[in-house]
Design a binder for this molecule. Structure first.
Ligand SMILES: [Zn+2]
Length: 330
């Protein structure tokens, strides 16, 4: 009921807003922190004069539950284009994207090329209505993010043909970085012995990450944070941790830590012990503006270092072209 009411209010507001488009620059709204970062990378020096960017979600925001504010809706209806993650990640914005499309605002899901290439992981149950959906956390495999970068560069080029060469060049340079990141990630995660390669987190955001590095992944909640973990889920996971002698579990920055703490308690009650990771993992949201974890590359690097070090191993040197690690990660 509540969700319906919000949708109704949002749609009425959307229809009431008079479009005020800037004459010279292209107005783009982006939803998640990952999509914002990718857009910034591809736009590069064109940001500001040619492309004006309005990011919607900030650090620590859960996109599954995010309902757009009035000013978000106003910004989207004024925009030339809205770039979103897709695969139902922005679970409360589907109707809004449809309505924007009808108003000639270009809406583009960054996940689309990954879906088209057949690289999404399917078969998840989200609700009664959506019983067979794709896992939306596709960005955690850098190979998927390469496709996303190339796809978004094409989309930008069709919005702004005069600068198409810039978008293509920026995408190509970024793909080179992502390839380096992927190689480093694999090498780092391989430091942990094979029988211990299980990543346990609050919600199922890391299936693609697991695929990318060959780790088993277990999430306490499903692929959306909308479903809560029950007592049975907590006990099952605790039993698994004790049996496999998994030393560490992880809290995510955009999900409250209570459920993972409950798992830790249940493991202790079963006579085992499990630590909570040295830092929270970034899952659906990245770090705050200016932090190392505020970019896609920084976010993945921070996660990899957090995981490997929490298991008690050292990561290989960080590739120079990807930047310098901050003090607190060294
Ligand atoms: Zn998620």
């Amino acid at each position: 009921m509540r969700a319906k009411l919000i949708t109704f209010l949002v749609l009425s507001l959307l229809l009431a807003v008079v479009p005020l488009r800037a004459q010279s620059s292209i107005e783009v709204v982006t939803t998640t922190t990952q999509v914002t970062d990718l857009t910034r990378v591809l736009v590069g020096d064109l940001l500001g004069d040619e492309i004006r960017l309005t990011p919607m979600m900030g650090a620590g925001v859960d996109p599954h539950l995010y309902a757009p504010t009035e000013s978000d809706v106003a910004a989207m209806s004024r925009a030339d284009a809205v770039f979103y993650s897709g695969l139902f990640l922005e679970g409360r914005m589907g109707e809004l994207f449809d309505a924007l499309g009808e108003r000639d605002v270009v809406t583009y899901a960054v996940a689309q090329p990954v879906k088209d290439a057949g690289f999404t992981i399917g078969g998840f149950r989200l609700s009664e209505e959506f019983s067979d959906v794709d896992d939306p956390h596709f960005w955690f495999d850098p190979r998927n993010w390469e496709l996303a970068a190339i796809g978004l560069a094409d989309e930008l080029a069709s919005l702004d043909p005069a600068n198409s060469a810039t978008y293509t060049e920026n995408a190509e340079a970024y793909v080179v970085q992502l390839v380096l990141l992927y190689e480093w990630m694999q090498e780092a995660m391989n430091q942990v012995p094979e029988d211990k390669r299980v990543l346990i987190t609050s919600h199922d955001a890391f299936q693609y990450f697991g695929d990318a590095v060959g780790w088993e992944v277990r999430g306490l909640q499903g692929i959306s944070t909308e479903s809560e973990a029950g007592v049975g889920d907590i006990e099952d996971l605790a039993r698994f941790i004790v049996e496999r002698e998994i030393p560490v579990v992880f809290v995510e920055s955009s999900v409250p830590p209570n459920a993972i703490r409950a798992v830790q308690e249940a493991v202790r009650a079963a006579g085992g012990n499990v630590e909570v990771g040295a830092r929270e993992l970034f899952s659906d949201a990245m770090g705050s503006e200016g932090e190392f974890g505020a970019t896609y590359i920084g976010m993945l690097a921070t996660n990899v270092i957090t995981i490997v070090e929490s298991f008690g191993y050292e990561v290989p040197p960080f590739p120079e072209p990807l930047g310098t690690l901050p003090e607190d990660l060294l």
